[in-house]
Design a protein around this ligand. Sequence first.
Ligand code: ADP
Length: 515
Amino acid sequence: MCVRVRVRPLIFVPVSFMIIMKLSTGANDVAARLNSSGFFRTQGLIGGKWVDAYAGKTIEVNNPATGEVIANVACMGTRETNDAISSAYDAFKSWSKFTAAERSKCLRKWYDLIMANKEQLGELITLEQGKPLKEAIGEVSYGASFLEFSAEEAKRVYGDIIPSPLADRRLFVLKQPVGVVGAITPWNFPLAMITRKVGPALAAGCTVVIKPSEFTPLTALAAAELAHQAGVPPGVVNVVMGNAPEIGDALLASTQVRKITFTGSTAVGKKLMAGAAGTVKKVSLELGGNAPCIIFDDADIEVAIKGTLGSKFRNSGQTCVCANRILVQDGIYDKFASALADAVKNLKVGDGFSEGVVQGPLINEAAVQKVETLLQDAVSKGAKVLLGGKRHDLGFTFYEPTIISDINNEMRISREEVFGPVATLLRFKTEDEAISIANDTNAGLAAYFFSSNVQRTWRVAEALEYGIVGVNEGLVSTEVAPFGGVKQSGLGREGSKYGMDEFLEMKYVCMGNMS
Ligand code: ADP
């Protein structure tokens, strides 16, 4: 069953009308502009053709700031996914034979088109995801950077020649694309989570079936339209959306799909990993985090506040690398807590299209309820609310930027991803204690710490059991560095030269009787 399924009306309703009919004035202008942009798509993309769901079903996409319907998009399932896989499989035969330079040119063109439409894509992200426009436009640049980087990396997929132990043999290693890739992505970065996967996949010579989140399919479809305009051949990039388990199962069951790359919850990631076993697919998983952010007594407090704000409140706290537990050393605790409260008080909450807003809505009602539940649990176990702590007066899915203190590792809020604008403070005394608390979790994605002591910097960076460590910095993601986690935060890395390896197989070739 598709969530929020709607049967397509029998009366023909122009897409443009559907988009603007229920929107408020601010979003109206945006919707009208997007209508004429040429990349506002509501159908899936299979084999280079824009298609409706075969049974005609659609699914609503809502503006999280208002709940209003932005569009009705095709709600697809098994049959459409199987066709998308076949298209990708056919396209693989030729795409994998393109020269690296040809693939590079396509990716570069795609990058150029995304950058040329940066503002409008940003507006689309704000419309369906809610983040403030400036942040959304920032995501477009960040997302595009993976295409630019992959275009460059495409030309640097080197093999190896191995010195042979036998005189009459020649040994070498070829790097070849894994094949068709299923890319399943979340709603919190509707563009960047796609380009971070699809960029290196295409650069390596793979073809893809993308399944974007049902909450944010419009950005994915716009990106696919721009890929098409950039000259990416039909079938190389396919997009299906709608019934997540059906699409996921079809991707997992197919022997033609050789790799699943996923960003999302740990629970779904585990299901996909188990499901991939049936056909022994390669799997990359970027799952939930539980990032500690440690403020040592010797930290520069201004740097620490700026870094904590960036890490905790970006995207209203809805990133897997958001600081989830802020550990503050005894000597600086009171000063830090009051400086943080002063800074958080000034974070302007509102519709992402409003001037000066830095905190948008949460993605949906379920997200708000999760924050409420975790907060209630923490307070019932002794946590104190220093700031905020409830839904915002704006109503709907807006939540007040919040700070709570006196948390401990037994509370749910320290064990689960909050995914909301709640900073949780925990007091510690020694470095060893901080490291032990920080590592006491099944997650291992990102960690942060703030200190001006060089020796401590090395010690703590080495001791943290995380895939990513920010030192005196709260925003660390970039296309040139490997992003990914250890423990139950996932497998594999995205971005950087290492991200390419996830889409390549190694083939050892032994040539005998050479003398
Ligand atoms: P989040 O809580 O961040 O939405 P999810 O893991 O639920 O994280 O969703 C991430 C992506 O995984 C989305 O595209 C969603 O539709 C998809 N998804 C959810 N359940 C399944 C499933 N059973 N099989 C395949 N994909 C799924």
